[in-house]
Ligand binder design. Structure first.
Ligand code: KG4
Ligand code: ZN
Length: 335
């Protein structure tokens, strides 16, 4: 059978990315232009700056991808693009680039949900076995997704306020750490002790939803009160305590859901999957569950990239999903 070559394009937030994936599982080329440096001094992603960067970078990233793959557009079978959710001005650049290429080269076009992409990053590492459960934790998302088959997603839990990565970034800011704060907290947490009492939002019995804004406020209040009383709280201890609270809830709810849905695999995805504490805790807990395999992609596939979009797009393409030239960016697209 002929190989299936799909070009993926991703511009939902602050990375301009393109990639080519073969048969949904093998990376042929993968290019990511990050804008972190441009957003750092603002302490977060500035949407207008993100859009401008995407405009500047899109063509360069696409050319580099084709060069890496040593392919022509006519060698491709389809183009997959993130249609949402994300920043509308950022998404539009990728969607329009994909439409232009599909039109010019007469190629089928497939719209991909950003979270579906994060989940399918795992398929570039390990073949999926259904049913499975995916924990997606990034700067914009915290979701538990149940899958019975390829391309069908059931969100069984999600955050009611801040995403996990967002909480990391906000707490990091309160601790005077640079953006994005996740990696800094992760590092400090290894050196500190989780001795500060912080809340854990378990929510209602049996709920797989999350909430991190109360935890974030508790950290900020604790720091503020200590300062007023002239007490010193070690940053390392606050980082360790905050991280312990986040991980406890993420891991416990994931394990409960994995048992309840009797899944064969647990997949981890999103930028927060880089967190050493989270990886270690999940590895320990899932290894105690009989017959459940844990899959964690390497870091470059956990953070935003287009290989994951091409991987998800391949499956959707094989299932017959097609977009027309009317495809539009949808900042609040549902999975
Ligand atoms: O998936 P991603 O690159 O972008 C989004 O789609 O949001 O995730 C970025 C998020 C940021 O909030 C960042 O602080 C967090 O992932 N992050 C981490 C770590 N590395 C990145 N959070 C905790 N521990 C880390 N080691
Ligand atoms: Zn993402």
């Amino acid at each position: 059978e002929k190989d299936l070559l799909v070009l993926g394009i991703e511009t939902s937030c602050d990375e301009t990315a393109a990639a080519i994936v073969k048969n949904g599982r093998e990376i042929v080329a993968n290019v990511v232009a990050s804008q972190i440096e441009s957003h750092k001094r603002f302490g977060g992603v500035v949407p207008e700056i993100a859009s401008r960067h995407h405009v500047e970078q899109m063509t360069i990233v696409l050319e580099e991808t084709m060069k890496q793959a040593n392919l022509n557009f006519s060698d491709l079978d389809a183009i997959a693009v993130t249609e949402g959710p994300g920043l509308v001005g950022a998404l539009l650049i990728g969607v329009n680039a994909a439409k232009a290429l599909a039109f010019a080269h007469q190629l089928p076009l497939v719209g991909v949900h950003h979270i579906a992409g994060h989940i399918y990053a795992n398929r570039l590492v390990k073949e999926m076995e259904f049913p499975l459960l995916a924990l997606v934790v990034s700067g914009g998302h915290t979701e538990l997704v149940y899958m019975k088959e390829h391309g069908v997603f059931e969100v069984i839990g999600e955050t009611r306020d801040d995403a996990a990565g967002e909480a990391y970034d906000k707490v990091a800011r309160a601790l005077d750490l640079p953006y994005p704060g996740g990696p800094h907290i992760d590092r400090l947490a290894q050196q500190g002790k989780p001795i500060i009492d912080l809340p854990r939002a378990w929510l209602e019995e049996g709920s797989y939803d999350f909430s991190f804004s109360g935890l974030k406020s508790a950290v900020i209040n604790t720091l503020h009160n200590a300062k007023q009383r002239g007490e010193i709280i070690k940053r390392e201890d606050m980082a360790a305590s905050f991280q312990a609270s986040v991980i406890d809830v993420l891991v416990e709810k994931t394990v409960q859901a994995a048992k309840h849905y009797q899944v064969k695999q647990v997949l981890l995805a999103g930028g927060v999957a880089a967190n050493r504490g989270l990886r270690a805790a999940l590895e320990e807990r899932v290894s105690q569950l009989d017959g459940i395999e844990l899959v964690i992609p390497p870091l470059f596939l956990c953070t935003d990239n287009a290989a994951m979009i091409a991987a998800a797009g391949t499956v959707l393409f094989q299932k017959g999903k097609r977009a027309t030239m009317a495809l539009n960016a949808n900042p609040s697209l549902e999975l």
